[in-house]
Design a protein around this ligand. Structure first.
Ligand code: FMN
Length: 414
């Protein structure tokens, strides 16, 4: 039997195999951030494909801080009924489900929210500054309020019937902004030493434990590195992993990068050591190192494409779970195939329209994958050959129509 197919237990929850879907923002919610039938259809399809565990796309803990228009927001019990239906899918098919809770901090596109906030008011690099504004530094009372928001969202997720949550502490989102000295320039107890910079993450973890039961799984996704000069050092990353492990975390997902250095999608693959390339996953070297330092379960996400690569990673003892994301958007039955010893069928490449200014905006990945998620949610087959250019024109036309509709409506009501 392949190692991928082995069951494993965390707290009282059994994972029927070692395959976990890494979070992918579905971009399917309405502007109010409500989940709908498309989410249910999408997750049911993955559940039918023998996925062991689904980590949802990031779900916002604050409506005022959304990272994109179609993201789900859980800040009150407003959508409890729909969330229960979502959680029930996991129970029906034996697929564990964790909701990824997130606050994007500075990584919110301009115009989407009234303002953006972060650990410190650090601007983006000139290339990204056209899309992302400079955030305002959070006051201490606001930091404490955000910590409580994570705890309240987690409580609602458990009430809805989800098996656990994952804190999004990677990819340059707010928790990671606090961890990195590039984005955290604070002089108070939330900045400076790594002990201070991790206070926000540990505060959220402890607050979540207080609002949820002992059976509830709490995970965190953390960067192995920012891949930016002057970013968090490896020594500091190890200190964060050890501290959250000692605090009692159940599972750490290892990733890397930020919007400014997107290593999570393989952008730094050329800089990887030859040994890592041979094992296909981007962050396995780091997993091997950290495995010796922590006792919690580890999951590695990014680049896994073959059954052998996954089984080898599990056999080596570097991690207990394999994270896969993009392949699941184009091959919903990929888990069945991997368990049977077959590989991912389609090559996963960056999504490009060929129009330089569009490709620079980093919007195409979200739009193209969202189009696949919508099709799957509607019960259709995904289309790996879908033209990015077609997706972009569809998006642009809809936007123009929305603007015209808005103008006509405002004239009528004037
Ligand atoms: C469209 C899209 C949306 C994503 N959204 C999230 C997200 O909400 N949270 C997160 O932690 N990672 C997100 N990711 C990153 C994935 O979880 C994963 O780390 C990355 O795609 C590498 O894994 P892969 O090579 O198996 O695709 C997203 C990736 C894509 C392509």
């Amino acid at each position: 039997m392949s190692h991928i197919a082995e069951a494993i237990k965390i707290r009282n929850t059994t994972f029927k195999n070692r395959l976990i879907k890494g979070a992918m923002s579905e971009a399917l919610a309405n502007y109010a951030g409500q989940p709908n039938q498309l989410h249910l259809g999408l997750y049911e399809t993955w559940a039918k494909g023998h996925l062991g565990c689904a980590i949802t796309g990031n779900v916002m803990v604050d409506f005022r801080a959304k990272n994109e228009p179609g993201v789900v927001v859980v800040e009150t019990e407003r959508d409890l009924a729909k969330l229960k239906e979502w959680a029930d899918i996991g129970k029906k098919y034996g697929m564990v489900q964790l909701i990824q809770l997130s606050h994007p901090g500075r990584q919110c596109p301009k115009g989407l929210n009234k303002e953006t906030v972060s650990a410190s008011a650090v601007p983006f690099s000139p290339m990204l500054a056209t899309t992302f504004g400079t955030p305002r530094e959070l006051h201490e009372e606001e930091i404490l309020e955000i910590i409580q928001r994570f705890a309240e969202s987690a409580r609602i997720c458990e009430k809805a019937g989800f098996d656990g949550i994952q804190l999004h502490g990677a990819h340059g989102y707010l928790i990671s902004q606090f961890l990195s000295p590039l984005t955290n320039k604070r002089q108070d107890q939330w900045g400076g030493s790594i002990e201070n910079r991790m206070r926000f993450l540990l505060g959220i973890y402890k607050a979540v434990r207080l609002t949820t039961s002992d059976n509830f799984i709490v995970s965190v996704k953390l960067n192995s590195a920012d891949f930016q000069r002057g970013g968090i050092s490896e020594e500091e990353v190890v200190a964060v992993f050890k501290a959250i492990d000692t605090a009692g975390i159940d599972l750490i997902e290892i990733s890397g990068g930020t919007y400014e250095a997107p290593a999570m999608a393989g952008a730094k693959a050329d800089k990887r050591k030859v040994s890592t390339i041979a094992r296909e996953a981007y962050f396995l070297d780091f997993a091997e190192k950290i495995r010796k330092e922590v006792k919690c379960h580890l999951m590695v996400t990014g680049g896994f494409r073959t059954a052998k690569g996954m089984n080898d990673a599990l056999d080596s003892g570097a991690c207990e779970f394999i994270g896969i994301a993009r392949p699941l958007a184009v091959e919903t039955d990929v888990c069945e195939r991997l368990i049977a010893g077959q590989d991912v069928r389609y090559a996963i490449a960056p999504i490009k329209t060929g129009i330089p200014f569009v490709d620079k905006m980093a919007i195409m990945e979200i739009l193209w994958y969202a189009a696949q998620f919508k099709a799957i949610g509607e019960g259709k087959q995904p289309n790996p050959k879908l033209s990015p250019l077609k997706v972009f024109f569809h998006y642009a036309t809809n936007n123009v129509k929305a603007v015209i509709r808005g103008r006509v409506n405002s004239r009528k009501s004037a």
